[in-house]
Design a protein. Structure first.
Length: 332
């Protein structure tokens, strides 16, 4: 890579560790330079990735959490010129689930992967809110209200509501906070009713699904490293969806126990029979309400009627293939 690496740096991402000096030190003795773009407001990562001259760079490094990664990749995939760069992910958020799916546990490992200069293609799942396509949407950050790309996963119903509430109370919505916030929630979680279509076919009785917890996945990890759906692969051109169907798991003890097992037991909770798992190339979820919330890569988005997911895009990301394929199982 003879050109510099464009580096989108979010200084207020989850952990707020200032990694700039450490990153510059790692690059001080290699034949690769960096150009930092520090984000200043919500939507800025999108603007940077959409607007900078990609011809001047060899790669795009994103330093932050899942939300920053999703925002920047959404900007890149909305460029009018259609140009793209291979992406390096440097985790510095509360939830770094996309980085976990790539086998990246910390910033140093992410830099190692970039410096090895090996890439693979992974899915970038398009998420549409109350629209069927993105042809008439605005070009700037306002577009994120109607269309964004999901790299890790989305939660609906109870997890999205708790994540949104935890923000208003001053907690983060990623990492261990979601599990911790369960402890402050008493009583039963109300099931929401969804009309679900997978590849344009209705699922359930007349397409109706009742659940207190629904997760749409690209990779295996959610909530800071919990394996909620071990069937998910991030480069198979498919979308994975899972929801809790057993009413006995709709209460505090059921859902908190499920998440605890997903965090500590490597996804073996799938054998307990409390949830349904499906895969498709397109998924549409309709849920009528005054205002509904979905958490996409740990960023809250509101919608009125429906959300649509499709596996339309793939991007190149840096990984370390020698160890990855023997230690991880997120790829096909």
């Amino acid at each position: 890579m003879s050109k510099p690496v464009a580096t989108i740096y979010n200084p207020v991402a989850g952990r707020r560790n200032d990694l700039r000096e450490l990153i510059n030190h790692r690059f001080s003795d290699v034949d690769l330079s960096l150009k930092f773009y520090t984000t200043e407001h919500t939507g800025h990562a999108y603007e940077i990735a959409q607007g900078i001259n990609f011809d001047e760079f060899s790669a795009l490094m994103i330093v932050g959490g899942d939300g920053t990664v999703s925002e920047a990749i959404s900007g890149m995939l909305s460029r009018k010129d259609g140009k793209r760069l291979p992406v390096s992910v440097i985790p510095n958020g509360y939830s770094n689930d996309f980085a976990f799916s790539l086998g990246i546990k910390n910033y140093d490992q992410g830099l190692d992967f970039l410096l090895r200069r090996e890439t693979v293609k992974v899915d970038a799942l398009r998420v549409l809110f109350d629209v069927d396509d993105d042809s008439e949407l605005p070009e700037g950050p306002e577009r994120l209200k109607s269309c964004r790309y999901m790299m890790a996963g989305s939660s609906l119903s109870m997890p999205a509501k708790i994540a949104s509430a935890s923000k208003s109370l001053g907690f983060c919505c990623g990492g261990s906070s979601l599990v911790s916030f369960y402890k402050g929630v008493k009583g039963e979680f109300q099931e929401d009713q969804y009309n679900l279509e997978c590849d344009h076919a209705k699922v359930g009785e007349d397409g109706n699904i009742g659940t207190a917890m629904m997760i749409v996945s690209n990779g295996k990890y959610i909530n800071g490293g919990a394996i909620f759906n071990p069937y998910s692969c991030i480069n198979d051109g498919m979308i994975d969806i899972a929801w809790v169907r057993d009413p006995s798991y709709s209460g505090y003890w059921g859902l908190s126990g499920l998440m605890k097992k997903a965090t500590s037991c490597g996804g073996t909770q799938v054998f307990d029979g409390h949830s349904c798992y499906m895969r498709a190339k397109t998924i549409k979820l309709a849920h009528e309400g005054k205002e509904n919330t979905i958490s996409v890569d740990n960023e809250d988005v509101t919608y009125q009627s429906f959300v649509k997911f499709d596996a339309t895009e793939r991007i190149d990301v840096f990984v370390e293939t020698d160890s990855y394929f023997t230690e991880h199982n997120s790829f096909v």
